[in-house]
Design a binder for this molecule. Structure first.
Ligand code: GLP
Length: 258
């Protein structure tokens, strides 16, 4: 894992956006796994700003997850989030963007088909990830199987509480979601995880320094050969090895030793 600690959340998210733009420039027909959540909003804002210089015309995207029961038009659906945050503002071919259908007649079939679309098309070059305060990635809640494929998951109370702020007053946060599995995520050739804010500190420490355990699904990333984690000081504040990480990458700088 390459752990880069930035001096602000803006620095972490804008570096993550630059990582994505570099990949798209180098490989215009790349396959990207995308994430939702508040952390990603400044990442997508930066991609929107770069839309005049970088073309997404040949890029294919697969989002991590979607709430079961929400149609693509629902204001809190991840379909809507992606349209508003990114897809409506860049030159991507919408036929190449994929988000699981939360309103599919059979969510289980939709999940299996979605997983097959990812693998049959050649997998993902880069998977962008946020981190749940309980250590989830996608909607793989604690005690998800670390080999799981895309499927329907029941959301944890903590996740539903955390996400309630995004739903209208009195509206119930869905109980179920379709999410890429932990095993599906682990097959991405490269992973870029972004976490900001002190409320993520415990989850970040468990992910990086804790035992690999389904209790913190993100901890399985310790087994992935190519992970970059971009943090701000708050999200890094519970790391025991902080001094060492600052020594290796002062100000999140990367040294090329050839
Ligand atoms: C949501 C999403 C995750 C996201 C996480 C963190 O539940 N399913 O993909 O990483 O929560 O969200 P935020 O960035 O808003 O803290």
């Amino acid at each position: 894992m390459k752990i880069l600690i930035h001096d602000s959340a803006e620095a972490a998210t804008s570096a993550a956006a630059r990582d994505i733009l570099s990949l798209v420039r180098a490989r215009p027909a790349c396959r990207l796994g995308l994430a939702t959540g508040g952390t990603m909003e400044p990442v997508y804002a930066e991609l929107r700003r770069a839309a005049a210089e970088v073309s997404f015309r040949a890029v294919t995207t697969f989002n991590l997850d979607e709430y079961v029961g929400l149609s693509p038009e629902h204001p809190q659906s991840y379909h809507r989030y992606m349209a508003e945050q990114l897809f409506d503002h860049i030159d991507i071919d919408r036929a190449n963007t994929h988000v699981p259908r939360g309103d599919a007649a059979s969510p289980n079939t939709e999940a299996r088909d979605y997983d097959a679309r990812i693998t049959d098309g050649g997998g993902l070059d880069l998977q962008l990830l946020g981190l749940g305060a309980n250590g989830h990635i996608g909607f793989n809640e604690p005690f998800s199987s670390l080999g799981s494929r895309t499927r329907v998951k029941t959301l944890a109370r903590k996740t539903r509480d955390d996400n309630a702020r995004l739903f209208a007053e009195g509206e119930v946060v869905p109980t179920y979601a379709i999410t890429m599995g932990v095993g599906t995520i682990m097959e991405a050739r490269q992973i870029l995880l972004v976490a900001t804010g002190a409320h993520k500190a415990e989850a970040v420490a468990a992910m990086i320094e804790g035992p690999v355990s389904a209790a913190c699904p993100a901890s399985v990333l310790q087994f992935h050969p190519r992970v970059t984690v971009r943090l701000d000081g708050g999200a890094a504040s519970a790391l025991k090895g902080r001094d060492y990480l600052d020594f290796v990458h002062p100000n999140a700088e990367e040294v090329d030793l050839g």
